[in-house]
Design a protein around this ligand. Structure first.
Ligand code: ZN
Length: 475
């Protein structure tokens, strides 16, 4: 019997608020241990949580960015469990009345077909403290760092719409792009600001029932999520073939061994409405203000780039894959460079050069003005594309303008017919057999002759003009 995988994800995303969720401590979990703490996030006797408006705004913006419906009323519950990372003995989370419901993310499946993956809801939740396990002498000890306790999270729970590791990985990539666009989250799985658990079950192909699921945790990259799901699907298929029932439990992904192993469940208690934090009532007016703050999202931007700038869909998708990148692209185009050339040069030359030199887009010395200057020189045929690549490298190394670099380093393209004729004459004299081939109908030899002429010009000749002159001369 053939089985089909049914996959749903739960993703925790850290919001980049300035403070924690219920107190004024800085939201900087990475600082020295236990430096960003106060009676509220330590839950000392008498502490009263004060819900931060910034958390609500960023959680709302993030949810709107995922096309969710913000609920008019939402509320916090106490998720009770007993563990040293939780000073209160419960976690404030929205279990019964989440901030937002529904929403979706559109991906392309393995065959390139658009696929809508639905979200069940988005809720707000405080993070827990971090446990650090060490060994002192021969005694293992656990230390608690409360910097992270009470920092603001949203949890995004999907419907079980994914059918393959590929779907799940594409979903996470698209989710990350969209959330980063809203400006509310950094979403780095490697740095732990985005964490993902996967629920995986199998059912006979064609059936619509949901079977017992297994939850997999501890995946620190999108790649791990894909590998863990692949492994789990294979493991569960073998169990079913061997007639072993699947039981509900949680497993940990071990990236070194490439397997999942069963883990002991934490004690999970009840989830009861919290009496301290006030319910959240969202008015239409406030929601309108928040909606107006939402930037243009990637899908809208892709369509606009296709229509407004004549980019191909793939080029537009690439230019919008990060908000900063899309803004850079538009800044360059606004300075008069033609959009498709800009897109191609950003993708093929600028991005690799930035990455190679360890810059971020926003810190690179190649500002939109300097890059637009370079593309303009190329488009006006003052430099050829060979020299343009050299000028680009110099833009990282000097503070000169592209034009100054062209003149000072001698990159100006030679288009002057007289000068090019001299070069062509020399090439024709020195390459009699290629000339002979060309005359005998082997049109490909012209490529060789142009190459020789370019070499002779030290890469500065206008290759289009060279080809024309060679053809004229050899007629
Ligand atoms: Zn605090």
């Amino acid at each position: 019997m053939a089985y089909e995988a049914v996959i749903g994800l739960e993703i925790h995303v850290q919001l980049n608020c300035t403070t924690k969720m219920f107190c004024d401590c800085p939201n900087r979990p990475g600082d020295d241990p236990n430096t960003n703490i106060c009676p509220i996030c330590l839950w000392l006797p008498g502490a009263v949580p004060r819900f931060s408006m910034e958390t609500l705004e960023k959680a709302t913006l993030a949810s709107l960015g995922l096309d969710c419906e913000i609920q008019p009323r939402s509320a916090f519950d106490q998720k009770v469990y007993y563990y040293p990372d939780l000073p209160k003995g419960f976690q404030l989370s929205q279990h019964h009345m989440p901030l937002a419901r529904r929403g979706f993310i559109e991906i392309k499946d393995e065959n390139g077909k658009p696929k809508k993956l639905r979200l069940h809801h988005v809720h707000m939740e405080e993070d827990v403290a971090k446990l650090v396990h060490e060994t002192e002498g021969r005694t293992p000890i656990s230390l608690v760092d409360f910097n992270r306790a009470g920092t603001p999270l949203i949890e995004i729970v999907t419907e079980p719409d994914m059918r393959s590791p590929y779907d799940a990985m594409e979903f996470l990539r698209a989710l990350r792009i969209q959330l980063r666009y809203t400006g509310c989250a950094d979403c780095s799985m490697e740095q732990g600001t985005m964490r993902c658990d996967a629920n995986i079950s199998l059912r006979p192909e064609g059936s619509d029932q949901l079977n017992t699921k297994v939850e997999v945790k501890n995946m620190n990259s999108i790649h791990h999520v894909g590998n863990a799901i692949s492994y789990e699907v294979k493991r569960q298929t073998e169990s079913l073939i061997n007639g072993e029932p699947i039981v509900l439990h949680t497993r940990l992904w071990d990236p070194d061994k490439g397997i999942t192993t069963a883990m002991r469940a934490k004690f999970a208690g009840p989830c009861v409405p919290d009496p301290c934090v006030t319910q959240i009532l969202v008015t239409d007016e406030w929601l309108q203000t928040m909606t107006s703050k939402l930037p243009e999202m990637p899908n809208q931007k892709i369509n606009r780039f296709v229509q407004e700038y004549g980019l191909m869909h793939d080029e537009a998708a690439q230019m919008t894959s990060e908000r900063e990148l899309s803004e850079y692209f538009e800044a360059v185009v606004r300075l008069g460079a033609s959009p498709r050339t800009v897109a191609n040069w950003i993708a093929a030359q600028l991005l690799p050069a930035i990455k190679e030199r360890g810059y971020e887009f926003t810190t690179s010395p190649v500002t939109p003005e300097r890059f637009a200057g370079l593309i303009t020189l190329l488009e006006k045929e003052e430099i050829n594309s060979n020299s343009a690549k050299s000028v680009l490298i110099k833009l990282f190394e000097t503070a000169l303008t592209p034009e100054e670099i062209m003149d000072q380093f001698g990159f100006r393209q030679v288009s002057n017919t007289g000068a090019l004729r001299d070069i062509v004459d020399q090439v024709i004299t020195e390459n009699a057999s290629a000339v002979e081939n060309y005359k005998n109908g082997n049109k490909k030899s012209i490529g060789f002759l142009v190459g020789q002429a370019m070499k002779l010009s030290k890469g500065k000749a206008n290759p289009k003009r060279l080809q024309e002159i060679i053809k004229e001369t050899l007629i």
